[in-house]
Design a protein around this ligand. Structure first.
Ligand code: HEC
Ligand code: HEC
Ligand code: HEC
Ligand code: HEC
Ligand code: HEC
Ligand code: HEC
Length: 327
């Protein structure tokens, strides 16, 4: 009976998936048994990846979604992008990190450097104030969506869906491969493989809604909080476009945290991009957005920042800011 239900659901999911994006865990790539078990036993033994103590609700192999996802995404599955510190798979890839960076701790631990999994916490910059428990499936749909990386269409479950479609809002140079293999995974998920056009700030601000849109400031200020989706080409702006486009000197460097001032060029949005090439080309209308300064998951520095902005004495303390503002 159970397997018949799953069979019917599979057909439904496969049919509705025709309208979905080209991401893994979707369409023909989806392997139900990666995450579900029909009877919670394989010839009397536990199925691979299953936790003891089952069967669990919705026939999952592992009771908690976070632990389920991390059973592959913690570095133990060599073909799955590793999202839990320590992450070494991108070493030597040409990028220091993946697009989203990494969580500092498994479920249940509070950390100042990454989103916390499985902890009831206040949402910073939320009006009205509220708390929530976030997990992998607060941000990714396990059965895929039309969005890039299967990002949830509506993370706060209210208001209109937010689209971040691959090839429209985000571009990739190399696509992940199916079936997955390690070198293709590294090439596909490293941060320099991705170019951005639009949507991410809107999506993050579904939960952190006080940060976007940006309240205007009184002249000569333009903004009251650091803006996102603002280009460098507005009139009277306090940025140095020539320095940004040139890409060398103050702020720019090869490696983050190497005690030499300068970090790799921060990520930006190219609002008129039509492909990967145009999305990663420095230009005067390049926009700052959340991911210029933050990783979606987290990283080595406070507040999930890309560089050690809060660590006094670090050579890279202001490097990110200097790339655009050059003071
Ligand atoms: C990447 C892991 C993953 C894969 C692959 C996966 N699922 Fe799921 N599935 C989940 C998780 C996690 C939940 C629980 C969702 C929740 O609690 O909101 C779930 C819930 C469900 C549910 C019950 C609730 C709902 O959303 O309808 C059904 C039915 C289901 N999955 C069927 C399937 C079928 C059929 C396949 C294969 C086509 C599949 N799943 C593939 C992770 C997965
Ligand atoms: C059985 C191992 C396994 C499990 C369990 C698993 N994943 Fe994955 N996941 C993979 C592999 C392997 C890839 C890389 C596939 C590729 O890109 O070729 C991947 C890719 C992804 C991607 C990138 C998709 C894309 O194409 O951009 C996301 C997002 C993701 N997984 C989220 C999840 C979430 C959320 C869960 C838990 C609900 C989960 N995964 C559970 C193995 C797994
Ligand atoms: C589903 C809601 C949700 C979404 C979507 C979301 N966040 Fe968060 N975020 C939270 C919650 C809850 C916290 C507080 C607990 C914690 O630190 O994880 C938080 C904390 C943070 C922190 C502080 C982390 C720390 O430990 O100091 C940063 C930075 C952050 N988010 C940035 C982002 C960015 C950037 C995005 C978009 C890529 C985003 N958030 C999307 C819910 C969300
Ligand atoms: C606060 C929202 C949020 C949470 C929670 C979250 N993700 Fe992500 N994740 C994202 C976003 C946004 C991206 C795309 C970032 C980019 O490329 O700019 C992403 C990217 C990914 C990728 C692609 C590889 C990479 O590192 O860029 C994988 C795999 C993935 N997430 C898996 C997971 C798993 C597994 C969990 C739970 C352990 C999880 N995510 C929790 C928002 C989230
Ligand atoms: C990718 C480019 C970029 C980076 C990196 C960047 N900014 Fe900005 N910043 C801008 C843009 C564009 C504006 C809006 C135009 C303006 O007002 O100058 C802005 C505005 C500001 C303002 C407000 C000016 C006003 O008019 O109200 C301050 C202050 C500021 N940034 C400080 C910082 C700090 C501190 C950092 C590092 C943590 C930083 N910026 C990183 C591009 C950037
Ligand atoms: C110019 C760089 C920059 C941009 C762009 C930016 N942030 Fe931040 N963010 C920071 C810095 C630096 C901090 C550390 C605290 C501070 O100085 O305000 C921070 C802190 C945070 C915090 C954590 C506050 C806490 O309690 O720890 C959240 C949440 C956050 N940012 C979310 C976002 C979101 C969502 C966006 C996009 C809408 C965004 N940020 C855009 C630089 C930036």
């Amino acid at each position: 009976m159970t397997s018949r239900i799953l069979g019917i659901l599979f057909i439904n999911l496969a049919m509705s998936a025709a309208a979905l994006g080209g991401e893994y865990h979707s369409q023909t790539d989806i392997i139900c048994s990666d995450c579900h078990t029909t009877h919670y036993s394989e010839r009397g033994a536990l199925p691979e990846h299953a936790d003891p103590g089952g069967p669990f609700s919705t026939l999952l192999l592992v009771a908690s979604a976070d632990r389920l996802c991390l059973s592959c995404h913690d570095g133990t599955d060599p073909t799955a992008p590793d999202v839990l510190a320590p992450v070494t798979m991108y070493n030597g890839s040409g990028s220091e990190f993946s697009g989203a960076g990494y969580f500092s701790a498994p479920e249940g631990t509070v950390s100042a450097i990454a989103h916390d999994l499985g902890v009831d916490t206040p949402v910073p910059f939320s009006v009205p104030p509220r708390s929530m428990i976030i997990s992998c499936i607060s941000c990714h749909d396990p059965h895929s969506t039309s969005n890039y990386r299967n990002m949830i269409l509506n993370p706060d479950s209210a208001g209109a869906p937010i689209n971040i479609a691959l090839d429209t809002d985000v571009f990739e140079n190399f696509r992940p491969q199916v079936p997955p293999n390690r070198s293709a995974t590294i090439a596909a998920y490293r941060s320099d493989n991705i170019g951005y056009r639009s949507g991410m700030a809107n999506w993050c601000a579904d939960c952190h809604d006080a940060l976007f849109p940006n309240a205007p400031g009184n002249p000569p200020a333009h903004f009251q909080r650091h803006p996102s989706d603002a280009g460098q080409d507005g009139s009277g702006y306090h940025v140095n476009v020539g320095h940004w486009m040139n890409g060398s000197g103050d702020g720019f460097g090869i490696t983050t945290g190497d005690n030499l001032e300068g970090v790799p060029r921060l990520r930006f949005q190219a609002p008129t991009a039509t492909n990967y090439g145009s999305a990663v080309t420095p230009a005067s209308n390049n926009q700052i957005f959340c991911n210029s300064c933050h990783f979606a998951h987290g990283g080595p520095y406070d507040s999930g920042l890309l560089w050690p902005f809060k660590i006094a004495g670090e050579a890279d303390l202001y490097s990110g800011c200097q790339q655009c503002h050059y003071k």
